[in-house]
Design a protein around this ligand. Structure first.
Ligand code: ZN
Length: 380
């Protein structure tokens, strides 16, 4: 019998990494759209609400009615989503830690990686985020807790203290590791090419989440899924994206002032901040095609065909692992979704699959705590 896959539809819910963009077009509207898709198919999704942004909007909103209105609307839609049975969990982009709002735009001066902050500063950010979400959501559900963590720009390892701080804060699992990812840029430097486990949940080495510990630890790592797309659909997909870039550039030249993100401002602008359009097209399009089509399972970046390949890869790996039920974390960025029809088709398919159960992050944390999933240690 095929192992049951506990699939989590996760979304990193935030503005662009440099603070640009309109919260209504990049966050509020697409979140409602995504939630209505989940509701239509009877599944619960999970949103990693980027909290440093909201704290900056709150602080600067004291003297700016527009920022305050957006911050209020943020609270309102998060509560509305949570009330409908979807999950909201902790996501931190520390570049907002020293944000200033000047001349109608944000200037983010903080370092982009939480790993570059001293332990007490990192602890303060985690606590502030946790407190904000728990204060907001406990009136709706007194049992609400922050139980999972996704680090901004995937920065989680190595670090002498970050996993310990998260465990101390009561976080049950982290999902910031993505096997095979490597960024070396002005803002972000991380190397996950040699992770010891990139699919199953495991106890991480407490100072380096890329390694599997020899023993049970106070926190679990569940990698965010990645896979290798076929040459055919990867090429088709990137051709379509390249066309969309050309189209959106033309549209901008024609003065179409849309608040939507264009393809070239893809969610990883933090990683390739200095790169030219050609470099970015190369690293997002051509390079993965040549180097094995390695893809993060980020639904906003995929069409339906690629999503099906992703699912086939997940089923294959779950079977090969032979380890009973497996939690699988998908990624998404509402700010990057241009066409919801692919996601809706995929959600409909998954909702009807007998070997898949859609779960929230809170559900996965509860599963870990009652021993539902096998958690790897190095000796096993
Ligand atoms: Zn993020």
């Amino acid at each position: 019998m095929d192992p049951t896959i506990y699939l989590v539809f996760v979304d990193d819910w935030e503005l662009s990494g440099d603070g640009s963009g309109n919260p209504r077009t990049l966050q509020f509207q697409p979140m409602r759209e995504l939630v209505s898709i989940y509701n239509r198919h009877g599944i619960s999704g999970s949103f990693n609400a980027e909290i440093m942004q909201q704290l900056a909007f709150r602080e600067w909103g004291q003297n700016n009615p527009q920022l305050k209105a957006w911050a209020d609307e943020w609270d309102q839609i998060v509560c509305e989503t949570f009330k409908q049975g979807h999950d909201v969990q902790l996501h931190i982009h520390p570049q907002w830690s020293d944000a200033r709002f000047e001349d109608g735009r944000w200037k983010l001066n903080g370092d982009w990686s939480i790993l570059n902050y001293p332990a007490d500063e990192a602890r303060r950010m985690i606590a502030a985020g946790q407190q904000y979400l728990e204060n907001l959501l406990r009136p709706i559900n007194p049992d609400y807790r922050c139980v999972s963590f996704r680090s901004g720009s995937w920065c989680i390892a190595p670090s002498p203290h970050i996993l310990t701080l998260l465990a101390e804060a009561g976080i049950v699992f982290d999902m910031s590791i993505v096997g095979g990812v490597r960024y070396h840029t002005r803002r972000i430097d991380l190397d996950y090419r040699n992770c010891e486990e990139d699919f199953l949940p495991y106890y991480p080495h407490m100072t380096d989440a890329r390694k599997v510990s020899e023993r049970a630890e106070p926190i679990v790592s569940i990698p965010t899924n990645h896979f290798y797309g076929s040459r055919r659909s990867t090429l088709q997909h990137h051709t379509r994206k390249a066309m969309a870039v050309v189209k959106s550039r033309t549209a901008r030249k024609e003065g179409a002032a849309s608040g939507a993100r264009t393809v070239q401002s893809y969610g990883h602008e933090w990683a390739q901040a200095d790169a030219s359009l050609v470099d970015r097209l190369y690293s997002k399009g051509i390079q993965p095609y040549l180097k094995g089509r390695h893809l993060i399972s980020d639904l906003a970046q995929m069409d339906y065909q690629l999503m099906r390949e992703m699912l086939a890869s997940i089923r294959r790996r779950a079977r090969d692992a032979g380890a009973g039920p497996v939690p699988v974390i998908l990624e998404n960025h509402t700010k990057d979704i241009h066409d919801f029809s692919h996601i809706e088709r995929f959600v409909a398919e998954v909702a009807g699959a007998s070997d898949i159960k859609c779960m929230t992050l809170t559900g996965i944390a509860a599963g870990i705590q009652r021993g539902q999933f096998q958690i790897k240690t190095r000796t096993k």
